[in-house]
Design a protein around this ligand. Sequence first.
Ligand code: NDP
Ligand code: ZN
Length: 351
Amino acid sequence: MRGFGMHSVGDIGWIEKERPACGPWDAIVRPTIVAPCSSDTHVSHGGSGPKSELILGHEAVGIVDEVGAAVQEIKPGDLVAVPCVTPDWLAPGVQNNRTFSHDRGMFGSFKFVGIKDGTMAEFCHVNMADANLALIPDGVSPEAALMTVDMVSTGFHGVELAEIGYGETVVVIGIGPVGLMAIAGAALHGAGRIIAVGTRPHAAEVAKAYGATEIISYKEGPIDAQVIELTGGGADKTVMAGGNAETFAQAIRMTRPNGVISNINFFDVMDTFTIPALDWGLGMADKDIRGSFCPGGAVRIQRLLDLIKYGRLDAEKIISHRFHGFDKLPEAFELMDKKASDLIKPIVYMD
Ligand code: NDP
Ligand code: ZN
């Protein structure tokens, strides 16, 4: 089968592989729409360590092509959302934890691109199909469903981690697709004021549509100073969905004592962080620093699909570019990598 991926760090292109084999609990899915993600571009540049001859992509909806003998719920022909995180639900790291992301070691549940080929291919393998594949309900478009598998799940997870309460002042750093979903999630969680950080003009408009009350630019001076001035002392909660190691220190400065800094951003393998001691109350300011990875699995994604089905969330607003044809994968990937000013999220119909 044909797939699109990385030959080595920085060298991307078409890759020929055998169609994956289906284990007894597993499924083989034929992706019908896929979306490149910032995390795929990080991986292609070596941001998660060196990888070779790896098909990229971890966001897909598709048609089930084959299921293993032990699979009971999912059937060939089903239209499914493929979560980007597909835990091995038998692993102790799942049974013993909150987010199910680290099933057999750190990021163990992030199998596409992490330990096996991804979704930008004619076929992809999904482990534990009954527990990991979500059927797309009537009333939810495949495009909206595609946004749940990573963007909604990750952005909303930033909000869950931050435990945003009614009327709180929240800063969301980043108005890429993940930050935009964090803004939408913060609004659904009852945030009062939502200050978003970013510059891309179309994304800024969408941020306001999802509930951002103000947009500030990191290109117009340090954001911590801007937030402290705007709020008279800092935000209750800060969700990081963009920025770099320096932004992390800014997030600590601009979050009030008893607040939470909730990180869903990928830093680079070479990054180290500075915690400004005074702003962290010499270590005693009760500022919680949390970082976690997108939760996956069928139940999680089904709940997010219900938010769309029952009109609480319009996830399609983050789709900025639509490509038709398998052969458009390189173009969509390059767009994601270069981040054009009108970009939010590209999708590719595999027709
Ligand atoms: P984007 O690159 O589309 O968005 C990043 C945002 O951060 C942009 O709005 C950008 O501003 C802003 N930004 C850039 N530099 C700074 C800075 N110095 N200070 C403040 N803001 C800055 O990314 P995505 O939305 O696609 O993804 C966000 C992050 O989430 C990525 O690191 C991605 O890898 C990660 N991710 C994590 C997942 C998880 O499970 N934890 C899953 C999926 C993604 P501008 O508007 O100017 O471009
Ligand atoms: Zn992703």
